[in-house]
Write a protein that binds this ligand. Structure first.
Ligand SMILES: [Cu+2]
Length: 289
């Protein structure tokens, strides 16, 4: 009995920190691991921090800016079908800007603000990356390279970007728009709610999938050619099945299970033989050169 109580106490003690809601944490005491890599023991991390090295092609820091970025489930509510989002989806800065990002995680899960495609001689793996586990705030700084380019900013936790946590950051004029930025650009793969069970339904060409994202017209999903063929075959198959069912039921009435199985195997064999003969016959029709 005492042993059981002891076990219960231990497991409760171990589970208590998991059950407890994590309090908002300000990640200010970071350990500097060099090369712009800062970390603490409570789930805060910065990689690619650069507060003072000018990227090649910049003669000076063009501007010093500071933004606050929120990450959380609640920011995805205005984007139907999305689960996570940043509070802002698009940013624009002058080339050679020194930017400090105050990254606030409003959720109790882990989120990141990650930027790719930066010059690799200055940013390890061409990346600037901040991360906060659970509710909290972290601040990181980087200096943008010169040139017009559009950068992807996203959370790299599995499925968070796909579920909406992404944005685009344009330096100068940028280099175009990135796809599937919530509220900014259309989905690459549009959800298709066309009723696949009905053969005669006409696709509505004016169909706009996402009325809350009015800045862009939804891209019409390509119609898969085989779809109609598949539905047609399904219906033919069903019709044959329905016609054959009563005939087979009568035939199988006085047979044992083994007899039925061997009959069906024989039937399948005959079918395959017929199919092979048909193919051979069709091939014989093709004129030989
Ligand atoms: Cu995330």
């Amino acid at each position: 009995m005492l042993k059981k109580l002891f076990c219960a106490a231990i497991s409760f003690a171990l589970s208590a920190p998991v059950l407890a809601e994590k309090e908002f944490e300000n990640h200010t005491n970071m350990m500097d691991h060099g090369d712009g890599h800062l970390m603490d023991m409570t789930g805060g991390m910065i990689m690619g921090q650069n507060t003072d090295t000018l990227p090649g092609g910049c003669d000076r820091v063009a501007a010093t800016k500071e933004i606050t970025v929120h990450a959380g489930h609640k920011y995805a509510k205005k984007f139907p079908g999305r689960m996570y989002a940043f509070d802002v989806q698009e940013y624009q800065f002058e080339p050679c800007t020194k930017l400090t990002i105050n990254f606030i995680n409003d959720d109790s899960v882990r989120h990141q603000w990650m930027m790719h495609g930066l010059p690799k001689y200055l940013y390890p793996k061409g990346m600037f990356h901040m991360e906060v586990t659970g509710p909290g705030k972290i601040s990181g700084t980087l200096i943008f390279p010169p040139g017009d380019k559009t950068y992807l900013v996203h959370c790299d936790i599995a499925q968070h970007m796909e579920k909406g946590m992404k944005g685009q950051l344009k330096i100068g004029k940028g280099s175009g728009d990135l796809p599937s930025i919530p509220g900014v650009t259309p989905y690459v793969i549009q959800d298709d709610y066309w009723d696949k069970t009905s053969v005669n339904d006409e696709r509505d060409d004016e169909y706009v999938a996402d009325p809350v994202e009015p800045t862009v017209k939804a891209v019409k999903a390509p119609i898969v050619e085989n779809e109609s063929l598949f539905s047609g075959l399904t219906i033919v198959g069903l019709a044959i099945g329905l016609l054959l069912a009563p005939l087979l039921a009568r035939k199988f009435k006085d047979m044992t299970a083994a007899e039925i199985v061997s009959y069906l195997v024989e039937l399948a064999k005959t079918g395959v033989c017929m199919a092979i003969k048909l193919v051979k016959w069709l091939m014989s029709l093709v004129p030989k050169k």
